[in-house]
Design a binder for this molecule. Structure first.
Ligand code: NDP
Ligand code: 8X3
Length: 248
């Protein structure tokens, strides 16, 4: 049985990915800050061995402690899904909230680095591994007021390429999925709990569901060992670019 480690498993894309990988027979390490959400998910995954880790990816010591606390049967991580992350705010740079900037750069970029650095020794030891970073269309084009979020995801795109090169000699595949609009808690977090504003983001078109992204991730991590689906841009059919959407 292979082991997958999913960050941000308490919601949205991470949660759906955990469900998909459980269906494919993976043993799962489920990480997030909201313990009760992880417990509820583990209860749903009847028959799948799960281990829950509650930590904030921005806290390097907490990441290291959590990964070193893994029980033996969960230590040989085959697949790491670096999914934890969010946007915080949507404002012109001159009006941006520096706390939001910290949250995005520390979570989306440094958090991904901390988790990868902590999990990699187990992959290196076995000379096998597969890392999927969740980037975004926002990492490949900037949009108005998206400034720091777009930059954080551009960093994920660049890091994915760098990690792929560095880990090549160690037989560790590194890949990136770049979704467009996916209806999750993402916009509620971005707009700090303003559900009406969040709902407007998905008005008049059919966005992706978390399960659509999970399907692609499942496909990527179940390819034969000689195949690396290195980059995927996954859009709703109604989306042409980050802010170009056909709405009714
Ligand atoms: P959700 O808000 O539904 O899920 C975000 C997940 O990340 C939660 O499980 C949350 O868990 C976790 N998370 C966030 N910050 C931290 C942190 N500091 N420490 C630990 N865990 C954290 O949004 P999505 O599922 O949509 O987002 C998942 C990823 O997909 C993100 O990286 C996002 O940028 C990316 N993405 C989303 C798109 C969209 O349109 N929805 C499009 C493109 C990319 P908890 O709060 O319990 O810690
Ligand atoms: C999430 C998609 O376009 O709202 O990364 O930034 S977008």
């Amino acid at each position: 049985m292979k082991t997958a480690f999913v960050t941000g498993a308490s919601s949205g894309i991470g949660r759906a990915t955990a469900v998909a990988l459980a269906e494919d027979g993976f043993r799962l390490v489920l990480a997030g800050r909201r313990r009760e959400r992880l417990e509820e998910l583990a209860t749903e995954l009847v028959g799948t061995p799960t281990h829950l880790l509650t930590f904030d990816v921005r806290d390097r010591a907490a990441v290291e402690a959590a990964v070193s606390s893994l029980p033996t049967e969960f230590q040989d991580v085959d697949v790491l899904i670096n999914n934890a992350g969010n946007a915080h705010g949507l404002a012109p740079i001159q009006e941006g909230n520096p706390q939001d900037w910290d949250d995005m750069l520390d979570g989306n970029v440094k958090g991904l680095l901390y988790v990868s650095r902590a999990v990699l020794p187990a992959m290196m030891r076995r000379n096998v591994g597969h890392i999927v970073n969740i980037g975004s269309i926002a990492g490949h084009e900037a949009y108005a007021n998206g400034n720091v979020y777009c930059a954080s995801k551009a960093a994920v795109a660049s890091l994915t390429k760098g990690m792929r090169l560095d880990l090549l000699p160690h037989n560790i595949r590194v890949a990136e999925v770049n979704p467009g609009a996916v209806e999750t808690e993402f916009s509620e977090v971005r707009f700090k709990g303003d559900a009406a504003r969040a709902a407007k983001v998905y008005d008049g078109f059919e966005p992706l569901k978390a399960e659509d992204v999970a399907d692609v991730i499942r496909f990527m991590v179940t390819r034969p060992p000689h195949v690396n689906v290195a980059e995927v841009l996954l859009l709703p059919a109604a989306q042409g670019a980050a802010t170009t959407i056909r709405r009714t």
